[in-house]
Design a binder for this molecule. Structure first.
Ligand code: ADP
Length: 675
């Protein structure tokens, strides 16, 4: 606490002073002056020409921690730090010789000293005054410790900010709302203002980019300076995304600018040379991979054609040999032909499987998900597999299916392919006298269709690899035929249908393979399986009596033509005309109006598609049904075939029964036009 003499400043009588006319009690103008000094927010001292303190206000007492009594009559130097006192006395004496008012903030670094010796920075204003003929000096003293601290905090903050900005790896700049540069790092300066002689802070954005473009910083190969400046200014005015620029030195710059809340712009520039290089490499690698994949698929498609054409001849003629009634085969020959057929069929399966897998891997398989009735599909699969099961003495069964699990969302053909693979494996790797059964369980919205056998099972150590291509889990050298691709295809197809596959197996005890698929929710009512036509055991074309028919076969491969001629030779009422290409073929059709056209797709010159389109366009040939017969079974062709207006699409090698069934069906319609 200060001396108690420091009383209420509003009381005129309170404060002692050595000042003439400033003593308490007087009502002169000096009294008013004293009151003024007293109410000043600053500490005020009045000293005479020798530096003797004549008056000190209450703020002065508080600031220097002396009572007014201790101050009065003392030299003002007592309030100056020891080290500065001598200098201060000289300055004061000089000032007294030519006194003039001096305001605060004169730029001098001044210090005061408290009673306890503590120094503090001050600002002082001086005003000379004359009281009763004597020149006195009034000093207003302000403690600026707080301000100095704030200033130094600010300086430290600025230094931190600048060092942070400097340490940014890219170039950084901040523009104010008037588009003047406020701060930037040296990377920015290097790019934008390399050749500008003076300080860049304070310069306008437009001026900076013009200077930088003019100094040849940027590669202007595909643009003009004006165009680059325009694009950059437009981006700067409304920044979003990024702007790319190439520098003359070869680097690739990515410029990213964003508006600040106060209307300014933060600009950054990043060297993206490596990334752009990597992106280019990636793009090239991707394009190469795509091209390689397309080439592989093309290769497989043409290979398939090349392999299927001779296979067509092998399998076709072998079948004809078997069925030849005029010169029946001996038992030994029959056995040998059986070998040829089995080998050919295995090869065909292998080609089909490899192609199927390649198509799936290339993403070329189209899956169409629709509600599928499990009862129907399982019955079809069982019917197809029954002969095989009978041959190997395995009993094939379907457990009854709970109604809510009857319909799943799946691609019907592909689901049946998967079940066929599981089923045929259950038979192949089953036990003679054993059983294989299909069963359906439901779990929440999922149906699990399992194929359970009591066959040889799979050894534990082989189980991890069976969903990988060509892995036959120890069956490689065994007598059971297989390709080791079926399960891989199965897994991929199930995934394409948003389903999954799995299995459990115990060696010597049997296996259970399953596929899980989403149940079709709206399928509460089970639709009845459609009535299957009675299978045609004997073709209606057999026998001499009845109407006569004409078939045109458009095919360029002589062995295929020979095969068809042999096949139809048994049907005496059918006349077969052949054409080696589409151009001749369609003219032949036009001239002869046959009952059926059998069309190869891959023909020299005009394709089978084109020829079929032409036939459909001519009024006289429009009604003639066309059966497509092609070795090309790749996805692209398959989808084109679907929309090409064929009555049916059959793949080579020709399955004799399938072809005769289609011919029978068509010719029956020809006999009965109202059908
Ligand atoms: P494969 O053409 O060899 O039958 P898959 O891909 O269909 O090819 O099956 C791969 C392997 O998994 C088979 O070679 C066989 O070793 C094993 N496997 C598949 N299903 C069964 C099963 N039901 N019982 C025992 N082993 C099986």
């Amino acid at each position: 606490m200060l001396d108690t003499t420091a009383a209420d400043p509003s009381s005129d009588a309170a404060r002692p002073a050595l000042l003439p006319g400033l003593d308490g009690g007087s009502h002169s103008s000096a009294t008013l002056y004293r009151r003024l000094l007293e109410t000043s927010p600053d500490a005020v001292l009045v000293v005479d020409g020798t530096g003797r303190i004549l008056f000190a206000n209450q703020q002065a007492e508080e600031l220097f921690a002396y009572s007014v009594d201790e101050l009065l009559g003392q030299s003002v130097e007592m309030l100056v730090p020891q080290r500065l006192r001598a200098g201060h006395a000289i300055h004061r004496a000089q000032y007294a010789t030519a006194p003039h008012p001096r305001s605060m903030g004169s730029g001098l670094a001044l210090f005061g000293q408290r009673r306890n010796g503590a120094e503090f920075p001050v600002e002082i204003s001086l005003s000379p005054m004359t009281i009763e003929g004597q020149t006195l000096f009034s000093a207003n003293i302000r403690d600026i410790t707080e301000r100095r601290r704030n200033e130094s905090d600010l300086r430290r903050l600025q230094a931190q900010l600048l060092s942070a900005v400097e340490s940014i790896q890219g170039a950084f700049a901040l523009f104010d709302a008037a588009d003047r540069l406020v701060v930037c790092n040296s990377a920015y300066r290097q790019i934008i203002a390399r050749l500008l002689p003076d300080e860049v802070v304070g310069r306008g954005f437009g001026e900076l980019i013009d200077a930088s473009i003019a100094s040849g910083t940027f590669d202007l190969n595909d643009t003009t300076p004006a165009d680059l400046a325009r694009r950059w200014s437009e981006y700067h005015a409304n920044p979003s995304g990024s702007l790319e620029a190439k520098m003359s030195s070869g680097e690739h710059l990515r410029i990213i600018e964003r508006r600040t809340a106060d209307g300014g712009v933060v600009a950054t520039m990043w060297d993206m040379t490596d990334e752009v290089g990597r992106e280019d490499e990636l793009r090239n690698a991707h394009a190469l991979a795509e091209a390689a994949s397309a080439a592989k698929t093309e290769f497989l498609a043409s290979m398939s054609h090349e392999l299927r054409t001779p296979l067509n001849a092998i399998l076709g003629f072998a079948q004809l040999l078997q069925r030849d009634k005029k010169t029946p085969l001996t038992t030994r020959q029959q056995e040998r032909v059986d070998h040829v057929l089995r080998g050919g069929e295995h090869l065909l399966r292998l080609i089909d499987d490899v192609l199927d897998l390649a198509r799936i891997e290339a993403g070329r398989v189209l899956i169409s998900l629709e509600p599928v009735n499990l009862g129907d599909v399982l019955t079809e699969v069982k019917d197809t597999l029954d002969p095989m099961a009978t041959r190997t003495n395995v009993a094939l069964e379907i457990d009854s299916i709970e109604p809510p699990a009857r319909q799943v969302l799946a691609d019907r053909t592909r689901l049946s392919q998967i079940l066929m693979n599981f089923g045929s494996n259950a038979i192949k790797y089953g036990r003679s006298g054993g059983k294989a059964r299909f069963c359906v369980e439901r779990h929440e919205g999922i149906a699990r269709i399992s194929v359970i056998d009591d066959g040889m099972g799979i050894a534990l150590e082989k189980q991890a690899v069976i969903f990988q291509p060509f892995q036959r889990a120890g069956q490689e050298a065994g007598p059971i035929e297989g390709t080791g691709i079926g399960l891989v295809i199965t897994k991929r197809l199930a995934e394409l249908m948003h389903g999954s596959v799995g299995f459990e197996s115990a060696e010597g005890r049997g296996s259970c393979f399953w596929i899980e698929l989403p149940i079709h929710r709206l399928s509460q009512v089970d639709t009845e399986a459609p009535m299957l036509n009675e299978s045609l055991n004997e073709s209606t074309l057999c026998g001499r009596e009845g109407p006569r028919y004409c078939i045109v076969y458009i095919e360029d491969n002589p062995s295929n033509i020979a095969f068809m001629q042999d096949l139809l030779a048994d049907f005496e009422r059918v006349e077969l005309l052949t054409a080696p290409n589409a151009e001749i073929g369609i003219e032949l059709v036009r001239a002869r109006r046959p009952d059926i056209v059998i069309m190869d797709i891959n023909l020299p010159g005009m394709s089978g598609f084109e020829a079929t389109r032409k036939l459909a366009a001519w009024p006289e040939t429009r009604g003639v049904p066309v059966i497509a017969l092609s070795a090309a079974a790749m996805g692209r062709d398959a989808s084109r075939l679907a929309g090409a207006g064929f009555y049916r699409y059959l793949t080579k090698p020709v399955k004799v029964d399938e072809l005769t069934r289609v011919l029978d069906e068509l010719l029956a319609q020809a006999e009965n036009p109202t059908h």
